[in-house]
Design a protein around this ligand. Sequence first.
Ligand SMILES: [Zn+2]
Length: 326
Amino acid sequence: MTETLSRLLLRLSEAGDPAILWGRQAARHAGHDFERLLDRGVLIEQAPATEWDVCSACDCGLDSRPVQQVNGRDVAVCPMDRRSDFVLSDDELRSFRICLPALVREIAAASGFGDEPSPVAACVWHLGQALNQRALFLALSADAVFQPGMIGLMLSVARSSAVTVIAPAMTAGDLARLVDAGLHFIGVSDCISCDGDAPGFAIDQAKLQLRPSSAPRLVIRRTARTVSLDGMPKTLSDQEFQLLVFLSEHALKSPAIVENRVIEAHIWGANIHKIASQVREPVRALRDALALGSRDATAARALIENRRSPNGYRLALPPEEIQLIE
Ligand SMILES: [Zn+2]
């Protein structure tokens, strides 16, 4: 199957700026859609090439060879061997720069995000709120997602909303970093409807739903008072159970931290004597209980994450990884 123009442009954009579409690739896609992208400034034609790659096994030592007019034709001239001269068609000399902000504007408009997408950093845009109420970001290159501080920046732009990132396919290790930070990832090619009858740039919001097939990591049954983490049953005291349920309820609503005083009031009631901040002790016990029997005890302990200013804790799992059953 021939690659559609929209998929080709998205693939070329993965290299970041400048992303170039060569005339020979473009020629296959000549037509109304192509002209429209030129009109919209998504594709910007560049001056015809004046240099060309050297022959594949050449001793000329040049980085590139000049394009010269020979008998009215454009020829990439080999200084070593005339037989290696290469006659170029007009299409081959053409090239188009893909204007990444304009491409993202096209995607946002086609997907019903009316407002101008706001750039968050190089190659990363905030599109707005998706139908599932998550803050939606689009990164044209996977590397862009892992620029220093990028994950924190997206979380802060999202304010208290959960975050979905649309980006090109990434390694399992990188994916784990996103999941650990509570972000949901979906591949560009999995949700932008480039193929099919109406190739275009629209994001299919139905594809943004979280994968229902994978089991949530944390399953809590309130009535039965059972907890399992990564399929492993955990034994919790009443207080540990109560604390975990409380943090889970919060994590299902927002990734924000729960302040110590709020946790204390929940565990001991608002009217207790003002003993010094004691929430640390039940948290330690809960971490121990979660870590016991876990393959990665450190990671299990880190699920109850503490933060400063304001001092508090949160359950470091995205909502889709938590199942709270009555
Ligand atoms: Zn040569």
